[in-house]
Design a protein around this ligand. Structure first.
Ligand code: BG6
Length: 483
C-alpha cells in the first residue's frame, strides 16, 4: 500500500483494518455438522449469486483429504441445498469444488496454522469462520494470532457466545487481544432471515406505525418459536445448553429488539446497532416468577443427555422493557421442541377499544399485527370489520401485507456475504451480547422448576397461568390456516 502524501487527508488510522472485501474464506470445523447443514449450501449460494471466486479453505482434524472434503460438500449439497438455493446448478457446484482447499491438523498445534498460512498464499484479508465448539475458540484464535493468519483478518464466530455473562465477557476480552471489534462478526442466523429484517423495514419505512407503537396502543406482544422435532442427535450439546441459552439469549431477543427498538438516528453506520443495544439494555432482567420451563417426556433417553437432567427443552417468559414507550407492556416469549408445529411467529396485540359501542363485545386481541418468520413469511394486520346485515356486529379479518413461501436467500449466505465485506449490522456487537446475557442470567440453570410435558402438546400447563388474562397463547398453525 502506498502512503498518502503528507498533506492529504488520511481517512483511517494506519492500524485500522482495511475495508477491502475478504480475499479468502477459512472455515474451521469443515467436517462438522454446521458445515454440512449450513456452510456448504451457503457457499454454493455465494458462488452462484454473488460470484464468489476466492479460495475456500476447510480446516479440520488430520486424516481427511481434499477429495474427502469435496465428497462431503457434494453430499451436503444434495441433502441441504434446495434447487431454489443453488442445488442443480452444475456450473456453480463445479466452481465451488474448484475453490475448495483443505488443511488438516490439531487446533492446538502451531504447525496447523503454519500450513494454513501457506495455504492462504498472498491473501491479505482472509475471513476466518469458527464453526467449532466454543471450547476451541481460544485455541483457534491463539493459533491464528501466532501464525500471522490473523493480520488484517475478519473473524466470524458461531453461537453460543459464552455460557453466561462472565464467560461471554472473558471470550470478548480474549478475542479483542487479536481482533478489533469491527473485525469480529458474531453470528445469530436469525438476523440473516429476511422477515426479521422486514420487521424493521415495515416499521421504519412507513410513518403510520411509529405513532401507535407504544404502551398507549399496544397491550402485549407474543413471540412463539415452535419446533415439532426434538433435540435429535444434538443431545450432548443441548444438555449443556437448554432452550434459554440456545434460542432465547440470541434469536428471540434479537426479534424482540427489532420489534421494539427506537428508529435509528442519523446516518452513522452503527446507528441501528446503537438503538438495538439501548433497547436491550432497558429490558428488565428476568425474575423467576416470569419464567416457566418445561422438558418433553422422553428427552432423558436421548443419547448424550445426562440421566436426571433438568435442562429445559421449552421455556415461556414474560419480559418488560423499562422505557416510557414500553413501560407496563408485557412481552411473552415461548420456545420449545416437540410442540405441535414448526413455526416462528410474532403477534403484536393492539388494545381493545376503550368502551363497547355496538351490540357485541369486541374480542380481546382482534386488532393485531402478525409477523410470521418461518417456515413461510407473512406480515398481516388483523382488524375487526362489520358483518353484512342489519346488526352492528363484526368479525375478525386479516389483511395480508406480504406473503412468501420461504426465505429466498439462505441466512448464512447473506451473513457470510456481509461479513466478507465488513458489514457488521446483522451481527451481535460486544455490548449487545452482554445486554442479552444480562436479561437471562438470573434464570439460567435450575433457578426455576422444570415441568414435564407430552411431546406434541403446547408445553406445560403452567405457561397458561403465566400469560393469564393477556392470553391465550396464539397458535401459529391455526393462524396460518386462517390466514
Ligand atoms: C439454532 C438452534 O440456533 O436455531 C436450534 O441451535 C434451532 O436448536 C434452530 O432448532 C432453529 O433455526 P431455524 O432457522 O430453523 O428456525
Amino acid at each position: 500500500m502506498t502512503n498518502p502524501p503528507s498533506d492529504a487527508p488520511s481517512d483511517a488510522p494506519s492500524d485500522a483494518p482495511s475495508d477491502a472485501p475478504s480475499d479468502a474464506i477459512v472455515f474451521f470445523g469443515a467436517t462438522g455438522d454446521l458445515a454440512y447443514k449450513q456452510i456448504f449450501p451457503a457457499l454454493l449460494g455465494l458462488v452462484r449469486d454473488q460470484g464468489l471466486h476466492v479460495p475456500i479453505i476447510g480446516v479440520a482434524k488430520a486424516g481427511w483429504s481434499l477429495d474427502q472434503l469435496k465428497a462431503r460438500a457434494a453430499d451436503s449439497l444434495s441433502q441441504h441445498a434446495s434447487r431454489q438455493h443453488g442445488n442443480g446448478d452444475a456450473g456453480a457446484t463445479q466452481r465451488l469444488m474448484d475453490l475448495l482447499r483443505f488443511v488438516g491438523g490439531d487446533y492446538t498445534d502451531a504447525a496447523t496454522f503454519t500450513q494454513l498460512r501457506s495455504a492462504l498464499g498472498d491473501a491479505k484479508r482472509p475471513l476466518h469462520y469458527l464453526a467449532v465448539p466454543p471450547s476451541l475458540f481460544a485455541a483457534v484464535a491463539g493459533g491464528l494470532a501466532g501464525s500471522g493468519c490473523a493480520a488484517d483478518a475478519r473473524l466470524v464466530i458461531e453461537k453460543p457466545f459464552g455460557h453466561n455473562r462472565d464467560t461471554a465477557r472473558a471470550l470478548s476480552r480474549l478475542l479483542a487481544q487479536t481482533f478489533p471489534e469491527a473485525s469480529i462478526f458474531r453470528i445469530d442466523h436469525y438476523l440473516g432471515k429476511e422477515p426479521v429484517q422486514n420487521i424493521l423495514y415495515t416499521r421504519f419505512a412507513n410513518s403510520m406505525f411509529e405513532p401507535i407503537w407504544n404502551r398507549d396502543n399496544i397491550g402485549s406482544i407474543q413471540i412463539t418459536m415452535a419446533e415439532d422435532f426434538g433435540v435429535q442427535d444434538r443431545g450432548r450439546f443441548y444438555d449443556a445448553t437448554g432452550a434459554i441459552r440456545d434460542v432465547v439469549q440470541n434469536h428471540m431477543l434479537q426479534v424482540l429488539a427489532n420489534l421494539t427498538m427506537d428508529p435509528p438516528t442519523g446516518e452513522e453506520h452503527e446507528a441501528m446497532r446503537d438503538q438495538k443495544a439501548a433497547l436491550l439494555k432497558a429490558v428488565r432482567p428476568l425474575a423467576p416468577m416470569d419464567v416457566v420451563r418445561g422438558q418433553y417426556a422422553g428427552y432423558q433417553s436421548v443419547a448424550g443427555v445426562r440421566p436426571g437432567s433438568s435442562v429445559e427443552t421449552y421455556v415461556a417468559l414474560r419480559l418488560f422493557i423499562e422505557t416510557w414507550r414500553w413501560a407496563g407492556v408485557p412481552i411473552y416469549i415461548r420456545a420449545g421442541k416437540k410442540l405441535p408445529a414448526t413455526a416462528t411467529e410474532v403477534t403484536v396485540h393492539f388494545k381493545r377499544p376503550p368502551r363497547e359501542t355496538f351490540d357485541e363485545i369486541v374480542p380481546a386481541n382482534s386488532g393485531h399485527m402478525r409477523i410470521r418468520i418461518s417456515p413461510d413469511v407473512t406480515i398481516a394486520m388483523g382488524v375487526r370489520v362489520k358483518l353484512h346485515g342489519e346488526r352492528m356486529i363484526g368479525e375478525d379479518v386479516e389483511m395480508i401485507l406480504t406473503e412468501q413461501v420461504a426465505d429466498l436467500m439462505l441466512p448464512y449466505q447473506r451473513l457470510l456475504w456481509d461479513a466478507m465485506r465488513g458489514l457488521g449490522e446483522l451481527f451481535g456487537r460486544d455490548d449487545i451480547i452482554d445486554a442479552q446475557w444480562r436479561i437471562i442470567e438470573p434464570v439460567l440453570d435450575d433457578v426455576t422448576p422444570v415441568y414435564r410435558y407430552a411431546p406434541g402438546s403446547w408445553g406445560p400447563a403452567e405457561a397458561e397461568a403465566l400469560i393469564g388474562p393477556d392470553g391465550p397463547w396464539r397458535e401459529p398453525r391455526l393462524m396460518a390456516a386462517k390466514g
